[in-house]
Design a protein around this ligand. Structure first.
Ligand SMILES: NC(=O)C[C@H](N)C(=O)O
Length: 304
């Protein structure tokens, strides 16, 4: 069963013309993670690489392609967690860097802190030699169009809300488990708004004894129920990765009318990609097979 890597490209509304881009994006990201796992790399290396691929892909709301805040600027959140040590690293409201997930990993590896924010995170990035990139390089025509559209008083909140956060979970050959999640947040959010993504237990969680989860959906709702940790709690109680994911998502829906999605693994390599929204691009790679889907109930396979 091991190794395995599972990724998501965000729960929510995906316009038809963008579905191909999302599918091909999650499939190439999962392949990149799987190549690392097959080459003896760690689950942490695999989830970070998979997320970097999606941050660099303008189809997703992370890195280049992030949604814009109310001022038309990009502020990003990211989290990594290492299931062996329970160490984690996060950045919130960071600007002008291409790969927030890399910076989150450096926070975990090189500082004694769990999260750096805003200007302090930028200073740390500079000290680590991470180049600053111009704001414009993170903004796509599509994200600017959606930002403008959503400023209109008659904006459709469903179409304009959650979309495209990216995340990954993996178990390597040694049985070490990791998660990574990265996002531009919610469209037209207030300046300085921080969502669930960089918060351990909400945007993700990893524990070698239980498994790992990376989440997507409305951050303020996810935080209320600490969705990632809630799912792992159900697994601790004996539920499978799939049943626990469904229980967590069902609770968020019944308790708060919140929709979202998750990718989940357990220590044996059982995995799930589950969502209560209409769409979530996801992909998994295990035993040389690539699995992927977008709509509820969809599950395609091909050789990895
Ligand atoms: N699309 C998303 O998943 C958004 C993210 N969870 C946030 O609230 O920042």
């Amino acid at each position: 069963m091991l190794p395995v890597v599972v990724v998501h490209g965000g729960a929510g509304y995906i316009p038809k013309e963008r579905s191909e881009l999302s599918i091909s994006g999650v499939c190439s990201a999962v392949q990149a993670g799987y190549t690392i796992l097959q080459g003896e790399g760690s689950s942490m290396d695999a989830v970070v690489e998979a997320v970097i691929q999606m941050e660099n892909n303008p189809a997703f709301n992370a890195g280049c392609g992030s949604v814009l805040n109310i001022k038309g600027e990009v502020e990003m959140d990211a989290l990594v967690m290492d299931g062996k040590t329970l160490g984690s690293g996060a950045v919130s409201a960071v600007r002008n860097i291409a790969n927030p997930i890399q910076l989150a990993r450096l926070v975990m590896d090189k500082t004694s802190h769990a999260c750096l924010t805003a200007e302090g995170a930028s200073q740390f990035a500079r000290s680590m030699g991470i180049p600053e990139v111009p704001l414009e390089s993170l903004i796509t025509e599509y994200s600017r169009m959606r930002w403008k559209k959503n400023l209109a008083p008659d904006a459709n909140p469903v179409e304009c809300q959650m979309l495209g956060t990216v995340g990954a979970v993996a178990v390597d050959k040694e049985g070490n488990i990791a998660c990574a999640t990265s996002t531009g947040g919610m469209l037209n959010k207030m300046e300085g708004r921080v969502g669930d993504t960089p918060i351990i237990g909400s945007g993700g969680y990893a524990d070698n004894l239980l498994g790992a989860v990376s989440t997507t959906g409305h951050g303020e709702t996810i935080m209320k129920i600490t969705l990632a940790r809630l799912i792992l709690f159900h697994m601790e109680q004996g539920q499978s990765a799939e049943a626990a994911s469904d229980l967590g998502l069902a609770y968020m829906k019944s308790r708060l009318e919140g929709l979202g999605g998750v990718v989940t693994v357990d220590p044996q390599g059982h995995w799930a990609a589950r969502f209560s929204s209409n769409y979530m691009a996801w992909a998994a790679a295990q035993e040389d097979t690539l699995h992927y889907g977008l709509y509820t109930g969809e599950h395609f396979t091909q050789k990895a």
